[in-house]
Design a protein around this ligand. Sequence first.
Ligand SMILES: NCc1[nH]cc(CCC(=O)O)c1CC(=O)O
Length: 344
Amino acid sequence: MAANCQGQQARCLSWHYVAIKGQYMTQIDLPSPASPLKIGTRGSPLALAQAYETRRRLAAAFDLPHDAFEIVVIKTTGDNQALIAADKPLKELGGKGLFTKEIEEDLLSGAIDIAVHSMKDMPVAQPGGLLLDTYLPREDVRDALISPTCGSLQDLAKGAVVGTSSLRRRAQLLHRRPDLHVVQFRGNVQTRLLKLSEGVAECTFLAMAGLNRLAMADVPATAIEASDMLPAVAQGAIGIERRVTDRRAGDMLAAIHDSQTGERLAAERAFLAALDGSCETPIAGLATLDGTTLRLRGEVLRVDGSQSLTDDQSCPIEDGAQLGREMAAELLARAGTGFFDWKN
Ligand SMILES: NCc1[nH]cc(CCC(=O)O)c1CC(=O)O
């Protein structure tokens, strides 16, 4: 026992040197099986896959065994099946913080050290004391049409029943195809696929990123190009949150951060923030990079799909956030008052 403890202590005390941006060297007291870095996540299969990917990248970057990390599953309000099944508007259930409140509380209390999130579900601002500025390389940003019978939007029969709980997808679909009948399809990826197999709807929509991360090659999915259905802001991006004061977490996360994803999300999230995007607003936004240029495409829609306003601009990469704010202001001016009001 004593020998074992000594061995573990020796590991704890080993320093790891990392060069950050080639500027300076910093020392990190690395986690170990005896003193693991605690990774907080929701318990859905997709959330777990994202936490495992984060652990895999951290372990590889620092040459650590997987048990130097502990995955801590946290149940959030959004995971309460009874609440979700009640078909209440998400706003009444806690809005954008629905899937994050409990996780951020555990981060602040020190129960976990880092938290892994789908950036698409994250509010544009974090509680004081927390930072969300680490992103993994982005997955496929596109939406996918999921249907055992139908391979494209155009192929859907007139008046077909389509299942989605996403206001954005609903508005985008109704804008193109006012004849479609959209029904609520809430729940995680598996729940939605089950509803589809029960014949509740002819098709549903999922992010390609989720399907890829879950390696669900058997799902009948057709990717929809961004020009046909602009994805949600930050779709396909994983973000990792930490305490401002936790230097070890900050240094470790810097080693796995993907700066291109960071540049794209800076533009998209500035766009969203300036639009005051809540769950109640159909908004889409996608930034892409080409050399030193960032291209931002944005869309806002009326909830019933009767109107869609779009913009498409480019700028030097470092000006992405400013372009996001300007595009939001431009679209808001074109929209005028009442644009986002519910009309059912
Ligand atoms: N709102 C749920 C959610 N949050 C992130 C993803 C997919 C993965 C991603 O976009 O990173 C999904 C499911 C979906 O839209 O299919």
